[in-house]
Design a protein around this ligand. Structure first.
Ligand SMILES: Cc1cc2nc3c(=O)[nH]c(=O)nc-3n(C[C@H](O)[C@H](O)[C@H](O)COP(=O)(O)OP(=O)(O)OC[C@H]3O[C@@H](n4cnc5c(N)ncnc54)[C@H](O)[C@@H]3O)c2cc1C
Length: 160
């Protein structure tokens, strides 16, 4: 068990919010560079991939070539350089498995606040667990937000 308990509150050296391209990439770098640090990822959805799982419309693909869009530590080696959504999701998922990050993700856990606590010199994070409806508290030394920039709850309706 990587986490240390303080008064029954799970504590991690590094807590990452979001298991999309950024969250998984960040977690891989941390696991490689600081293998002894405890780490967790809180992901509000039931799967990883973020953008590349959320959007399913036909023909979805990246505009950037995968040689620059992919991770430098796990180069894209397919022949097509402009990948479609499912291929990018698979790439993120395979990377997470290969680097032992998948098992660090807590799915269905939506972060609702994060505050620095001067007294305990840690971040205090409150998250809502989808299944139980419970709010739970975590503490961490480093808090990294990889939440992307979409409103996941509703599409944007412009006023025209
Ligand atoms: C069709 C399309 C094509 C694109 N093409 C390109 C491209 O070619 N090049 C490029 O650079 N970018 C492109 N983008 C932008 C793309 O979103 C980003 O490049 C990248 O995938 C974002 O990754 P991310 O991990 O930062 O965010 P996301 O993929 O949005 O992942 C964020 C994750 O955080 C989770 N999360 C959010 N809030 C919370 C919370 N409160 N608690 C817990 N979890 C939370 C979400 O559920 C999600 O899984 C494209 C986007 C789309 C839709």
């Amino acid at each position: 068990m990587a986490s240390v308990q303080h008064d029954d509150i799970p504590h991690f050296d590094v807590l990452i919010i979001g298991a999309g391209l950024s969250g998984i990439g960040t977690a891989c770098h941390i696991k490689n560079t600081f293998p002894k640090k405890s780490i967790t990822l809180l992901e509000r959805r039931e799967t990883l991939g973020g953008t590349w799982d959320l959007f399913k419309y036909p023909g979805i693909r990246s505009d950037s070539d995968m040689l620059t869009f992919g991770y430098n530590f796990r180069p894209w080696n397919k022949l097509h350089t402009l990948a479609d959504g499912p291929a990018i999701k698979q790439y993120i998922s395979d990377t997470a498995d290969e680097f032992g990050v998948t098992e660090k993700i807590q799915f269905g856990v939506k972060t609702i606040s994060a505050n620095w606590d001067n007294e305990i010199r840690c971040w205090t994070v409150i998250a809502l667990h989808d299944k139980s409806g419970e709010k739970r508290k975590y503490t961490c030394g480093y808090y990294i937000s990889c939440t992307g920039y979409y409103n996941q709850d509703a599409g944007y309706l412009p006023v025209i």
